[in-house]
Write a protein that binds this ligand. Structure first.
Ligand SMILES: Cc1cc2nc3c(=O)[nH]c(=O)nc-3n(C[C@H](O)[C@H](O)[C@H](O)COP(=O)(O)O)c2cc1C
Ligand SMILES: CC(C)CC(=O)C(=O)O
Length: 323
């Protein structure tokens, strides 16, 4: 997690001057959707831990800001309720469940509710070793449950033995850790929605994603929550962008905390970024309005960076903008 942040801080900008920057334009199109800014909300579980109305508020605030919302498999509100309060594009993040009938139902509901892409998270065959969750015997509040999984019987609300995390226990029961690249054909055949892979950190896997007819990759080390010591996502971005060679969009997440960071990611070849923890913090502080404020702050900072680097259009942002 620290290395993700350090990688952003290490980048320096090369501003060009005497360019017409009277009206910088941060808008983009991404996988068929128009966005006011190349920013999305990263999938994070259980937004009702941060706000009583959970993902419904996140969707409202994200729509106000003209950003994208990637809804987690472990959302604490139904896909239909989230869609009803969303004013912008929604994508659904999937964990590959052992129960393929359950996975299929999730995809069908996303299609019916108007979700416009799927994001398969591939860095979590097992949950990472999260020592704080083990020490505090992490379990969900009895009021909370994964609203889209019919897993009321999953014991997520019950603390287990000492040193056991309910999330890790549930992931071990529910996730299929045996899937390989060959299994992607099944998902590809299940739906016509675009599919992106989240959690790619190498050129080798990015090439396999292209060969597997995936529609995008999200370079991510899961915010440092999975493989401790993995390469920072901003560093991995360079080799993934080079390998993909523009054939499919590359997104990145991990410690994006300002509009300058958004600019840096785009200069390194990302088409958009996802933001995780700041969404939970702003949701806890101010609900949907808080999320909208945070995303608009990122947008203002991004526009400011475009102006002061002499790159008034998103298409002008390339690696000539960084030292
Ligand atoms: C509390 C929390 C829950 C998360 N839940 C999910 C999840 O359900 N699915 C997923 O693909 N990633 C999940 N992630 C990872 C995020 O999508 C993202 O990759 C990571 O947080 C990096 O972004 P950040 O540094 O801006 O937080 C979670 C991260 C956090 C902090
Ligand atoms: C419920 C978890 C599997 C969600 C997740 O991906 C995370 O906590 O990082």
């Amino acid at each position: 997690m620290d290395a993700n942040r350090t990688a952003f801080d290490a980048v320096r900008l090369r501003p060009r001057v005497l360019v017409d920057v009277a009206e910088p334009d941060p808008a983009v199109r991404l996988i068929g959707s128009g966005l006011s800014v190349p920013v999305g909300v990263a999938p994070t579980a259980y937004h009702r831990m941060a706000h009583p109305d959970g993902e419904v508020e996140t969707a409202r605030g994200t729509g106000v800001a003209g950003a994208l919302f990637v809804v987690s498999t472990f959302a604490s509100r139904t896909l239909e309720d989230i869609a009803a309060s969303a004013a912008g594009p929604l994508w659904l993040q999937l964990y590959w469940l052992r129960d393929r009938a359950k996975l299929t139902r999730l995809v069908r509901r996303a299609e019916a509710a108007g979700f416009s892409a799927l994001v398969l998270t591939v860095d979590t065959p097992h949950l990472g070793l999260r020592r704080r969750d083990l020490r505090n015997g992490f379990a969900l509040d009895p009021e909370l449950a994964p609203a889209n999984l019919d897993d009321q019987d999953a014991n997520l609300q019950h603390q287990g033995r000492d040193g056991e995390s309910a999330l890790a226990r549930h992931a071990a029961q529910a996730f299929d850790a045996s899937i390989t690249w060959a299994d992607l054909a099944w998902l590809r055949g299940l739906t016509t929605l675009p599919i992106l892979l989240k959690g790619v950190l190498t050129a080798e896997d990015a090439l396999l994603a292209v060969e597997s007819e995936m529609n995008g990759v999200i370079v991510s080390n899961h915010g440092g929550r999975q493989l401790d010591g993995a390469v920072p996502s901003l560093v991995a971005l360079r080799e993934v962008v080079a390998a993909v060679g523009g054939r499919i969009p590359v997104l990145v997440d991990g410690s994006v905390r300002s509009g300058r960071d958004v600019f840096v990611a785009l200069a390194l070849g990302a088409r958009a970024v996802l933001v995780g923890r700041p969404v939970l913090w702003s949701l806890a502080v101010g609900g949907g309005d808080g999320v909208a404020d945070m995303l608009r702050l990122l947008t203002r900072e991004f526009v400011q960076t475009m102006a002061l680097t002499g790159r008034p259009r998103v298409a002008d942002i390339d690696d000539s903008a960084i030292a």
